[in-house]
Write a protein that binds this ligand. Structure first.
Ligand code: ADP
Ligand code: GLC
Length: 521
């Protein structure tokens, strides 16, 4: 039996009506596996119908990344590539078009209502991964993040931008985009492409779809009266209606053949009102039919303290000197003096979800006990101001870098003792796994993927209830552990060995792809 936190676990309804984790024994894919076999065989599946997958994503770390989805989109297709013909579809943002030199135009999407016509380009990345690019300069060729402008405001035409993107995915799957290749399954990720599952059904296409929810709180909500512009027939509007607004995510959940999320605990949590963001009853119905699964994200091989090129000093389970050197270096990078105390880090988008108010509230406690706190991140202006204020108040103990910097983030994981991650909810979370791999112990709220990836007192510290007192007690525990070098070293080692690779998660996705195609195509 595989590790319970790393399995494809359909959340199914037991005879008593309780939700439980299942191993999918009642589903057809299991019959293809030998008894005891937990991952698919390594033979190539390109000749099998379930082998052709279009991975549809609005960000990919190779080009542009706003959060963890960018990492997943870069890693997961590569992890399954050997065993399936998987290709990526992404909008033609400036960072993508900058690679246009090697791009061939291979298809076309006609206009519909207020959705403009687009072209489809094809790129092959250095390692051979094929990427289709949806080219429409008026929608995608603009500076800023995929979703917001430089002021952090949603692009006003996001409904058109992402409906166009979703429809393009559906037309590719329907063989109506002029490509010589046609997927059997669309793997959709989050609200920006969720509407593809609906366009697919409305077009009567036979391909099937898997929608992965990376964050249920972002639902793609737009005014109902935009439906006509998006080419949605009046009789279909009710399928998107979420309390008087169009919800792209709801449409995806209603129409996708299978819904998954990025951890097992979050799959369970979103079926209850507290974390269901108003969609819990819909998700409960999916769960009852075996149509909701959880697969914990992995981390890719670049997260290796023995070789990461962002680090000047390397280390491993048995050679710690490099880690100490990283600690000195990262303190100096934040302008803090040397100290014997522990270093706590925050590497995060500065948004309500991540519990930054809680991390800020324990800063005086950390400073008073002789620790230091390093914060890197950008996001909500009010939280940015709050962390900047902390750095002014505790100049020797709190260092802040406003913004996003991959190299510095890696150096922080490699040089800090503890990572604060008091997220109010966390579908999976990657930062805690990156921290673990680099020997930095996460201190996290016991929610979602944090439960599935951290063992309290072994590979990090967990606290229940996202409130300041609970975090304070956990920070006190951290100081006590830090004072016992043998315990600290043992936990670091256990943490470094904990994160699963994308190989593992990829195997579970392959099984899920296979099952969805068998059941629904
Ligand atoms: P989310 O996607 O909700 O932001 P995750 O933990 O899944 O959370 O992924 C966040 C990703 O972004 C990780 O790769 C993390 O290291 C990275 N990250 C977050 N904030 C920063 C930052 N300020 N600078 C660099 N990397 C960051
Ligand atoms: C979302 C979630 C995060 C998850 C990431 C990648 O951004 O907030 O928990 O790790 O997606 O799946």
């Amino acid at each position: 039996m595989s590790h319970p936190h790393e399995s494809v676990v359909p959340v199914v309804q037991s005879p008593k009506g309780l939700l439980r984790d299942g191993d999918g024994s009642s589903i057809r894919v299991s019959r293809r596996l030998r008894p005891g076999q937990t991952t698919p065989s390594r033979r190539r599946t390109t000749s099998r119908p379930e082998g052709r997958i279009l991975f549809v994503t609005s960000e990919m770390a190779d080009f542009i990344k706003a959060g963890g989805l960018g990492d997943v989109a870069s890693s997961l297709p590569r992890a399954v590539r050997e065993r399936a013909d998987i290709r990526v579809l992404i909008p033609g943002y400036p960072d993508v078009m900058a690679r246009a030199k090697g791009m061939r135009k291979v298809g076309r999407i006609p206009a519909l209502a207020g959705l403009p016509p687009c072209e489809i380009g094809r790129l092959t990345l250095a390692d051979g991964l094929p990427v289709y690019v949806l080219i429409c300069p008026m929608l995608y060729d603009r500076p800023g993040s995929p979703y917001v402008d430089h002021q952090g405001r949603d692009w006003v035409d996001n409904a058109v931008r992402f409906a166009t993107f979703s429809r393009a995915a559906a037309l590719i799957a329907g063989g109506q985009a002029g490509l010589k290749w046609r997927p059997d399954l669309l793997h959709l990720n989050d609200w920006p492409c969720a509407l593809a599952a609906a366009y697919l059904k409305w077009n009567g296409a036979t391909a099937c779809s898997l929608l992965t929810i990376h964050n249920l709180a972002y639902q793609g909500l737009f005014p109902l009266d935009e439906a006509a512009v998006l080419g949605i027939e009046p009789e279909h509007v009710a399928e998107l209606d979420f309390h008087g607004q169009l919800s792209f995510l709801r449409a995806g959940i209603v129409h996708a053949d299978q819904v998954s999320t990025v951890s097992i605990s979050y799959a369970r949590q979103i079926t209850a009102p507290a974390d269901g963001c108003g969609m819990d009853s819909l998700l409960r119905r999916h769960a009852a039919r075996g149509r909701l699964s959880g697969i914990v994200n992995g981390i890719d091989a670049s997260w290796d303290p023995r070789s990461d090129h962002h680090l000047e000093d390397h280390f491993d389970l048995h050679r710690w000197e490099g880690r100490e050197a990283n600690k000195q270096r990262v303190r100096r990078a934040f302008g803090l003096p040397d100290s014997d105390g522990p270093v706590f880090a925050v590497v995060s988008r500065l948004v309500h979800q991540k519990g930054l108010d809680l991390s800020c509230a324990v800063a005086p406690q950390i400073a008073a006990a002789g620790g230091q706190l390093l914060i890197i991140g950008g996001g909500e202006p009010q939280i940015e101001a709050e962390v900047a204020q902390l750095a002014r108040r505790f100049p020797a103990c709190v260092g802040v870098y406003p913004g996003f910097d991959e190299a510095l983030a890696r150096q922080m994981f490699a040089g800090s003792d503890f990572l604060l991650m008091p997220s109010r909810f966390e579908p999976c979370g990657l930062s805690q796994m990156y921290a673990q791999r680099f020997g930095c112990l996460p201190i996290a709220h016991a929610t979602g993927g944090l439960i599935d990836t951290i063992e309290d007192g072994v590979t990090g510290l967990l606290f229940s209830g996202a409130d300041v007192d609970a975090l304070r007690r956990c920070v006190q525990r951290a100081f006590r552990i830090h004072r016992i070098p043998g315990l600290m070293a043992a936990m670091r080692r256990a943490a470094m060995l904990r994160p699963a690779s994308w190989e593992t998660a990829g195997g579970h996705y392959l099984r899920l792809y296979e099952r969805v195609v068998e059941q629904y195509a």
